[in-house]
Design a binder for this molecule. Sequence first.
Ligand SMILES: Cc1cc2nc3c(=O)[nH]c(=O)nc-3n(C[C@H](O)[C@H](O)[C@H](O)COP(=O)(O)OP(=O)(O)OC[C@H]3O[C@@H](n4cnc5c(N)ncnc54)[C@H](O)[C@@H]3O)c2cc1C
Length: 174
Amino acid sequence: MTAEHQQQQHQQQHTSKVNDTVLIVGASIAGMMQALLWKAGIPYDSYERAAEVRALGSALCFNATTAQIFKFGSKGYIISRAMLYDVLRRQVHKERFHMDRRVVSISQKNDIDQGNNEGKGGVTVEFQDGSTVRGGILVGADGAYSAVRQNMYAQLKEKNLSPASDDVPLPISL
Ligand SMILES: Cc1cc2nc3c(=O)[nH]c(=O)nc-3n(C[C@H](O)[C@H](O)[C@H](O)COP(=O)(O)OP(=O)(O)OC[C@H]3O[C@@H](n4cnc5c(N)ncnc54)[C@H](O)[C@@H]3O)c2cc1C
């Protein structure tokens, strides 16, 4: 199957099954890695607050198992982060990456809340400009101060669903 054919197939899937779309927040290394989902036929859209992403840091280590996944042979590697980011970027669809889109909140709804037949659950993401998108699954790849994590955490707390261990102070001071 050619890359063009794969892309068409991906777009068809995207338009016909919006509720199956995986929404990825953050387009750095972790988000970019998630975007490879399209290779398994899973539609996605990626939302990034920056106008452009530059891979931070100098290098990272691939152990032998990870190297094989990337078809880099069977040995471990130390690879430049910028190079890895570039390899990933060349394998995803530019048009599925929505830059300058800062996520401020997320909400999840179950079938009863929806009161319609759009499928199971789903998640709605709201951006700083007030616009929203809806998808089936949300991946928070928005880094250390993740807005996705903070939103999820606040919602779990509200529903008394956060693990009790989260309220226990850390046994160490940082
Ligand atoms: C100075 C420095 C040097 C480092 N050097 C190395 C190194 O040499 N090797 C190494 O392995 N690691 C290094 N690290 C650690 C490495 O950068 C992180 O582990 C890695 O970047 C985490 O990747 P990530 O994709 O999870 O998150 P991040 O790289 O933090 O990416 C998060 C992305 O989400 C976006 N985002 C954040 N909030 C929102 C929002 N609300 N809406 C939409 N988008 C959002 C951000 O703009 C960003 O693009 C370094 C870190 C720093 C700070």
